[in-house]
Design a protein around this ligand. Structure first.
Ligand SMILES: [Zn+2]
Length: 307
């Protein structure tokens, strides 16, 4: 009987110390605060241990071009709205009026925008959830949409293709991106968890690259990247990043988790592909390969040699 006592004791302690639904990022885990980090999210919700989880690392040479991945139609993305930005203890989230929709882009239906939120690193360091050929960008924007026939995310998540998330990477730029001033200026008012403030006039268009720069993207099927980790998401990751200055990126690290510690490294580690295929739109990756081709031709013609 003796060997059984320890596991039973540990199991009962485990139940006492963790509450269902409690989860945290790895950056929040300390010896004093042993919260459920990403490797234990399946304790909070068994979906998190599923086969088709997100985020993933995209290996570009293993992606397949899919001609059906045509440009998106963005409807009412330019609509200016008054939003509320909230620190919910895991991220900052902005609810979006359900009037902005996306279609095309190889999606099976029209999807309407519900909310957007971000994932970031520490003081502008690596912070995106998805990675491209192992590269982690400083931040990632998720614009969450649901099929237009649904009225709430919970219902949409019961449909395997109920949710479409548009993901955008950020890159460091030398100058500030003034289109982000409303969001970045609002952050100082919502440093504490469960606080919110108004964004007086904002549009989705102002947050993302111009439409002609959104034709190159990756597509795969996965999940929410936070518990419940529901596998009901059609993922789109755009190749062209959004520029933000180092100062702008740093402001996100001034936000606080509920325990008062800096809200940093708010990303889930990449998950196994488990045989999934990642597709790319016709124009993805060509940006990089055409530059290489031009350089090769220039070298062959001797154009790169000084006279
Ligand atoms: Zn997200």
């Amino acid at each position: 009987m003796q060997p059984l006592i320890l596991p039973v004791l540990l199991a009962s302690l485990w139940t006492v110390c963790t509450r269902a639904g409690d989860w945290c990022y790895q950056s929040q885990f300390t010896c004093d605060h042993q919260c459920n980090g990403p490797d234990k999210w399946n304790h909070a919700n068994s979906n998190c241990g599923g086969k088709y989880q997100s985020p993933i690392n995209i290996v570009t040479r293993k992606t397949l071009t899919d001609e059906r991945l045509t440009p998106f139609q963005f409807n009412n993305y330019q609509q200016i709205f008054r939003g509320t930005i909230k620190n919910n203890g895991h991220t900052v989230v902005v609810g979006v009026p359900h009037l902005s929709t996306i279609s095309g882009g190889g999606l099976p239906s029209t999807y309407k925008a519900v909310q957007f939120h971000l994932h970031w690193g520490k003081n502008g360091g690596p912070g995106s959830e998805h990675t491209i050929d192992g590269e982690q960008y400083p931040m990632e924007l998720h614009i969450v949409h649901m099929k237009s026939q649904y009225n709430d995310l919970t219902t949409a998540l019961a449909d395997q293709e109920g949710v479409a998330v548009l993901g955008f990477f950020y890159e460091k730029s030398n100058s500030a991106n003034r289109k982000y001033d409303p969001i970045i200026n609002s952050l100082r008012s919502i440093k504490a968890t469960n606080t919110n403030t108004s964004l007086l006039s904002i549009s989705l268009t102002q947050l993302i690259p111009s439409e002609q720069n959104l034709t190159a993207y990756y597509r795969y099927k996965g999940s929410l990247t936070t518990p419940g980790c529901t596998e009901a998401v059609i993922w789109t990751l755009f190749e062209n990043p959004i520029p933000l200055s180092m100062d702008q990126l740093r402001v996100f690290s001034e936000l606080k988790f509920h325990d008062g510690n800096p809200m940093v490294e708010t990303f889930r580690p990449v998950q196994p592909l488990n045989g999934r295929q990642v597709f790319r739109s016709g124009s993805a990756v060509i940006l990089a390969s055409s530059a290489l081709l031009i350089a090769t031709i220039a070298t062959a013609l001797g154009l790169s040699q000084p006279n």
